[in-house]
Write a protein that binds this ligand. Structure first.
Ligand code: 6PG
Length: 249
């Protein structure tokens, strides 16, 4: 685990954009493409706008970048609560990315189980995995909720025990919308994971996830056997941390 506390959320977003760009150079050179799964929520919006403007917009090889969603609300794609809609507005509409590189959750399908199954098929086809094989995303971008959730994996939910599926419906919570989420085995297979967390109201949960590794919190269950796990925090979110020097980067 590597942790960096930045002076504010803009600096945090700039650092994330720089890392994103470096990964894209590395993986596109190595394999000809990069696959990233991105989260919704408010925190990564600055990162998405940075990537869709200035030098990043010009320099990243968008034609070989593939976007997936970490999770999605079961609402139409033009709904303001759709993660895809936020990503499209802030990034996808601004870059020269082929439409077939955007792998959305098909929320126009009849139910969340059907949409989750279709999303799983899309992922399996792209990564050419079969049976119980797991896809390896090059990068997964996550957030943390004040209750310690990440993706649409909520504390105490059955979805935390899922071992075989890649994407599942989440209907069991008192949240604003039913959702579809990637599962822990998929997230934990990623080559790189970046958590982005900002604001003082996240300071306590950040401490419980990073320092205490409190396993009742879904975000603490994110850790790969192989791969890099990064936390980028702004000063407020990192307020309560007493980090050993070896964790910083
Ligand atoms: C979503 C998420 C969710 C989010 C956290 C943090 O679609 O809402 O993927 O897990 O990352 O709730 O959200 P904020 O960035 O808004 O604090």
């Amino acid at each position: 685990m590597k942790v960096q506390v930045l002076p504010d959320s803009s600096a945090m977003s700039r650092k994330a954009a720089e890392m994103f760009s470096n990964f894209s150079n590395q993986y596109i050179e190595e394999k000809g493409r990069m696959a990233v799964a991105v989260s919704g929520g408010s925190t990564p919006i600055k990162l998405y706008s940075l990537l869709g403007s200035g030098n990043y917009k010009k320099q990243i090889d968008w034609r070989n970048m593939h976007f997936f969603l970490v999770d999605e609300r079961f609402v139409p794609h033009d709904h303001s609560d759709s993660n895809y809609s936020v990503l499209r507005e802030n990034l996808l509409s601004k870059i020269p990315i082929p439409p077939e590189n955007i792998h959305t959750v098909r929320t126009e399908l009849s139910s969340t189980p059907v949409a989750a199954a279709a999303y799983e098929e899309e992922i399996k086809d792209f990564f050419r995995v079969s049976g119980y094989g797991l896809p390896e995303f090059d990068l997964v971008i996550l957030g943390i909720g004040e209750d310690g959730h990440t993706a649409s994996l909520f504390p105490g939910s059955e979805s935390l025990n899922e071992k075989n599926r890649l994407a599942i419906p989440v209907n069991d919570q008192a949240h604003n919308f039913p959702r579809i989420t990637l599962t822990l085995p998929v997230i934990n297979k990623a080559k790189n994971i970046i958590f982005l967390v900002s604001g003082e109201r996240k300071a306590m949960i950040v401490k419980r996830v990073i320092e205490n590794r409190d396993t009742s919190l879904p975000a603490s269950l994110v850790h790969q056997e192989q791969g890099n796990l990064f936390f980028l925090l702004d000063k407020e979110a990192g307020l309560l941390l007493e980090l050993p020097a070896e964790l910083s980067f």
